[in-house]
Design a binder for this molecule. Structure first.
Ligand code: NAP
Length: 419
């Protein structure tokens, strides 16, 4: 059984490419169905940092090709140009990458909490689509276990920043103290909730929360404060806010140049800071060219990510140790899984011989009582088991599969047929 990972992330692809590959929760089922045409067992992990396909099957080359094609179709960048954005990892390296992702090591904001839930959701969605198997389930569960240990045993997530809190920091860097300022938050999901919470703590005096569904905005402000508004109130709210943070899970742009130009006209020259942390972006990038508008996106937060990473170096070392510890457990399980057909073939061959020879011997002996026959059965089985015990342990522990190959050759085992 082979595992193949094909992905793009914030290290390999620019925002404009990543946003095309991003798949929100509402579209995940549909995307899994389309992946299923070429990959029968696979999980899609799509977050604001990455879109990754984890596929399992017997032919890793065809998994790789199908995964590449799927991502290139999403990004619309075919051929060599598209390939440059994509990374491919196989088997243990693919699993190690997922363990690191779940541990928060591969995130822009190292140690972020959200990723652990997202890994679980990705597995659940693939399971619902009937696209998981023993290998994918085991590897994803292992990654979640590693991620939980990381949070429990290290301080990596203690006071961890989130992209939402970094967005508020950036607003503060640009405008100075936020107390007395007004803010508009577009999007009432987890990202929006975190923005409002941090903005409240920084003393923002008025926070309007706009969402497609009014009830969701109302529920959010009830928990963390603010004023719920509808998307139809955006013109008035844009005219009023000093800071706009956009974090709606919409697949299309929600703010264009026309809207922002109109808002700017009614502001009498007062500057506006727009921070777009959505992926795909909620704001048309052309808005950056409008005078008195400062538009930032998720990739403009890079300096703060770097500082955050540097401040967590000692924890990163501890997290890496946990990841390696969990990887050793996984590797032992995987090895046992790989040699299972060979072990079955060996045991079946030995059992056939034992049974045949015992039958021949019994025919030559005087009729035995049931008790005597049982004793002979038990004794011959015990001899076979004891002879095979050490070689089986050796092939299970064997790192490069040399013992397994030798065993298969010497005993002429056709393990493939027993899979
Ligand atoms: N979660 C994080 O920590 C995080 C961090 C960084 C960036 N982001 C980015 O922030 C965005 C939001 O993520 P999220 O995790 O908060 O959850 P989400 O559930 O995807 O988004 C929640 C908000 O987006 C709105 N929305 C979804 N689809 C929409 C559409 N087609 N048109 C208009 N509004 C729509 C929802 O409206 P309804 O209430 O009507 O459903 C809701 O207000 C994403 O682009 C994500 O990549 C998230």
């Amino acid at each position: 059984m082979q595992l193949c990972l094909v992905g793009i992330n914030y290290n390999t692809a620019p925002l404009a490419v990543r946003e095309k590959a991003s798949i929100n929760v509402e579209k995940l089922g549909e995307s899994l169905s389309s992946l299923h045409r070429d990959i029968h067992r696979g999980v899609i992990l799509s977050t604001c940092n990455r879109t990754e396909i984890y596929a399992s099957g017997s032919d890793s080359t065809s998994l790789e090709k199908a995964g590449m094609l799927f991502l290139q179709t999403l990004t619309g960048s075919k051929g060599a140009a598209g390939e440059n954005f994509i990374y491919i990892l196989k088997n243990v390296e693919a699993a190690r990458h997922l363990f690191r992702v779940a541990g928060g090591l591969e995130s822009m904001v190292v140690g972020e909490y959200e990723i652990l839930g997202q890994v679980g959701q990705a597995l659940e969605a693939a399971g619902k689509a009937g696209m998981t198997d023993l290998l994918l389930n085991h590897i994803f569960q292992g990654a979640i276990q590693a991620g939980r240990r990381v949070r429990a045993e290290t301080g990596i997530s203690r006071n961890a920043l989130s992209i939402s809190s970094i967005a508020v920091n950036l607003a503060e860097e640009t405008l100075g103290k936020l107390s007395g300022r007004t803010m508009l938050v577009i999007g009432a999901g987890e990202a929006g909730r975190l923005v409002v919470k941090v903005a409240r703590d920084r003393g923002v005096s008025r926070i309007a929360v706009a969402s497609r569904t009014h009830e969701r905005a109302a529920a959010l402000v009830q928990r963390v404060g603010g004023i719920p508004v509808g998307l139809d109130s955006l013109p008035q709210e844009l005219a009023r806010a000093d800071i706009v943070v956009t974090c709606a899970g919409a697949p299309h742009r929600m703010l264009g140049t026309n809207q922002i130009e109109k808002a700017v006209q009614s502001r009498g020259g007062r500057p506006i800071v727009i921070i777009d942390i959505a992926l795909p972006r909620n704001v048309d990038p052309e808005v950056a060219n409008i005078p008195d508008v400062s538009l930032r996106n998720i990739d403009d937060l890079t300096n703060i990510y770097e500082t955050n990473r540097e401040g967590r170096l000692s924890e990163i070392v501890m997290v890496e140790e946990i990841v390696e510890d969990e990887m050793r457990r996984l590797a032992a399980w995987w090895k046992a899984l790989e040699v299972r057909p060979l072990v079955s073939a060996l045991m079946a061959k030995a059992e056939e011989i034992r049974d045949r020879q015992l039958g021949k011997t019994l025919k030559k002996l005087r009729p035995l009582s049931a008790e005597e026959q049982e004793s002979l059965e038990a004794m011959t089985k015990s001899i076979v088991n004891q002879i095979l015990k050490d070689p089986i342990q050796q092939i299970k522990a064997d790192g490069d599969g040399e013992h397994a190959r030798l065993m298969s050759e010497l005993f002429q085992l056709d393990a493939e047929k027993r899979k």
